[in-house]
Design a protein around this ligand. Structure first.
Ligand SMILES: [Fe+2]
Ligand SMILES: [Fe+2]
Length: 295
């Protein structure tokens, strides 16, 4: 049995020690943020900046795809988790908009890339609603994998300039907290194995093409720093032995197991550990906890 019946209320499998609540951070960007903030590398920094440009619109797409099915959710815990998911993604968008403005101020073609992204997402929005939700599930699997890698791998976090590290750690914590929400909603509304696996492959290919194209456009706007050595080293760190992305292939493949669930890999202990590490980075106005719930 690969799908959950619509009449049977699916339960969430989020561990009891995980609560999905948005935390606004109030990051500010400026002169303290170096241009090449990841391993002092031109290609790696532009790659991560390109990912950041994808977030505000991408996360809005995620939220819209879940919101459409909201009234089909009957389980109170799942309803609560959906509320938390929407709030968290909305906060991620706000903080990454601030980061993207900073990247734009550095002369990067952020507005142009945003226009291109809106055309791509406009095409995705023409798909049936459940297929859009399957895309969201696929992309949430990718973000959960990257979040886990970032929190597990000291070498990668240490290569980030400290002025940029916290936004990525904070985002990774919240992506871990809500990693199963869209998946559970998809199961609840009758999503099939064929849909979710097809759209994982589809969304991975799309993300690969779009992120590479955006990175290339950033690099073309900043040609003086180009060096073959930096590019080769950066590509090796992403895709070589034990590379940031190549090391994720086994986890990516797990999604194809018929009974897969995001919490099969319980990494919830990372959440509290890293929340403690970034708590002093919350802007004073958000210290008391931003518990604003976005609907
Ligand atoms: Fe997010
Ligand atoms: Fe997410």
């Amino acid at each position: 049995m690969l799908t959950t019946s619509r009449t049977e209320a699916a339960k969430t499998r989020t561990p009891d020690n995980v609560t999905i609540k948005p935390q606004r951070m109030g990051f500010e960007f400026g002169e303290q943020n170096p241009r090449y903030w990841l391993d002092n590398s031109y290609i790696l920094s532009h790659t991560m900046n390109a990912l950041s440009v994808l977030f505000p619109q991408g996360e809005q797409f995620f939220v819209d795809s879940v919101r459409y099915f909201r009234d089909q959710i009957t389980d109170p815990k799942m309803k609560e988790e959906v509320r938390g998911f929407i709030g968290q993604e909305a906060m991620h968008s706000l903080e990454h908009i601030a980061m993207n403005q900073h990247v734009r101020d550095q002369g990067m073609p952020v507005e142009e890339l945003e226009k291109q992204l809106s055309v791509i997402l406009g095409i995705a929005k023409k798909l049936p609603k459940r297929h859009q939700l399957a895309i969201t599930c696929g992309l949430e699997h990718l973000t959960a994998m990257m979040a886990d890698m970032l929190l597990e791998r000291n070498d990668i976090r240490e290569d980030m300039h400290e002025s940029m590290r916290t936004i990525w750690v904070w985002h990774a914590i919240e992506e871990t907290e809500h990693k199963a929400v869209t998946y559970d909603v998809f199961q609840q509304v009758g999503g099939t194995y064929a849909e979710r696996t097809f759209y994982l492959a589809f969304s991975t290919a799309m993300l690969g093409v779009v992120a590479s194209a955006f990175t290339a456009q950033m690099m073309l706007k900043d040609p003086k720093q180009f060096s073959l050595k930096d590019t080769a080293k950066g590509l090796w760190r992403m895709w070589g032995k034990n590379g940031a992305f190549s090391s994720l292939i086994p986890t990516w493949l797990e999604y194809f197991k018929p009974g897969f669930h995001p919490w099969d890999h319980d990494n919830s202990e990372l959440i509290e550990r890293f929340k403690a590490q970034i708590s002093d980075k919350i802007a004073p106005q958000f210290k008391s906890g931003n518990r604003r719930t976005l609907q």
